[in-house]
Design a protein around this ligand. Sequence first.
Ligand code: COS
Length: 383
Amino acid sequence: MDYFLTEEQQMIVDIARQITDERIIPIRAELDEKHEFPRAILNEMAQADLFGVPIPEEYGGFGGGCFDIVLILEQLSRGCVGVGTAFAANFLGAYPIIISGSEEMKQKYLPSIATGKKFAAFGLTEANAGSDASGIQTTAVLDGDEWVINGTKQWITNGGEAQVYSIVAITDRSKGPRGASMFVIEEGDPGFSCGPKEKKMGIRASSTTELIFKDCRIPKDRLIGRKGTGFITVMKTLDLSRPGIAALGIGLAQGALDEAAPYAKQRKQFGRPIIGFQAVQHLLADMAIGIESARALVYAAAKHIQAHPKDMSKASSICKVHATDVAMKVTTDAVQVMGGYGYMCEYPVEKMMRDAKILQIYEGTNQIQRNVIGQELNKEYAK
Ligand code: COS
C-alpha cells in the first residue's frame, strides 16, 4: 500500500533499502554463524548519515522523529534483525541524553553519536530486574566530586562495542522508583568493564554482554538530568524506542514473505506449484494481512508519538505487541510453507524465525506491554 511518504522519507527508505540489499543480505548468514558484529556495515550507514536521523539538528543530527527511525529499521530488518538491533541500540543509548541530559551533556555526546563516530548503548536490565524494571540493585553513591558505581547489568545490546553507555543505578533505595538515577558511562572509565559476548538463539550479529561496575568512578556531571528521575527517563526512553522494535518486526515479516511466496511459486508437488493449493495460498494471505495491518498500525503509532510526545505509552506498547506477534507468526508460517527446506540453515527463514523470538521479549515483554496498555485504559476510563 502507498503510505504517501514525503520526498525526504522516501530518500531515507531508499538509502536503507540499498544498504540492506547490497551489504546486509549477502553476508547475513555469515554474520549469524560467526556471531560477528557488523561494524563495517554500521560504518557505511554512518557515512550515509543514517545515525544522525533521530538526533536533534542542534547536535549534528537531522532532527527526524519516531516515524523516520521506523522507516530505517523496517528496511534493515528485512535483511537482518541482528544488524537492525545493533543500529537501534544506539538510539536507546542516546534517548536518555536527549530526553533528560543537560545542554553540556548533549553537546558532549550527541554529535559523535549522530555521526556514528561513537556507538551508544542502554543499561537497565539486571539478573533480578527484567520486567520489574524498578527492582535494580546497581548503586551509585556520591563521593566528593565523583559517583561510585557498583553492580552488574545483564544482556546489554552493543556491550563491548559502544563507547557511550546510558545506565540506571539506585541513588536512594528508600524512595522506590523515585530513587533511581541515570548516568553516562564511557568506555575506559576506571572500574568499568564488559563481560564476554553472550551466545544467543538469534540476532547473533548484535553484541550482548554484561556491564560490570566495580567501584567505577565517574565525574559528578555524568548524572543524566536530576537525581531520582532515572526511572521516569527510562520509561520515556522505552516509550520512544518500542515502535522501533515494532518496525523490526514488520521488516522481518516482510523479508519472510519475500522468501516464502517465490518459493511457493517454484516448488512443485502433485504436478503443480504449491502456490496453486488453497492451503498454501491461505498461509501466504494471512502473512500479507498480518504484515500490512501491522505496518499501518506502526506507522500511525510512530506519527502519533512524534506529534504527541506526552502521550506515548499506549500507542507505543500497542504497536510493539502487535507487530512483534505478527513477526513471530509470519516467520513460523514461512518455515511451514517452505517445509523441510525452510527448516534447513541453507535457507534464510530458519534464521528469521530465530530472530523473531527476541522481538516478543526485549524492550519489555509482550506481557508487560499488555500491562502498560491495561494501566493506560484504567486511567482513560476513570475520567
Ligand atoms: N512515562 C513517564 N513516567 C512513567 C511511565 C512512562 N511511560 N511509566 C511509569 N512512569 C512513572 C509513574 O508515573 C510512577 O511515577 P510516580 O512515582 O510519580 O507515581 C513511576 O514511574 C513508577 O511507575 P509504576 O508504579 O507504574 O512502576 P512499576 O514498577 O509498576 O513498573 C512497568 C511499571 C512494569 C511498566 C515497568 O517496570 C516496565 O516497563 N517494565 C519493563 C521494562 C523493560 O522494558 N525491560 C526491558 C529491558 S530494557 S531494553
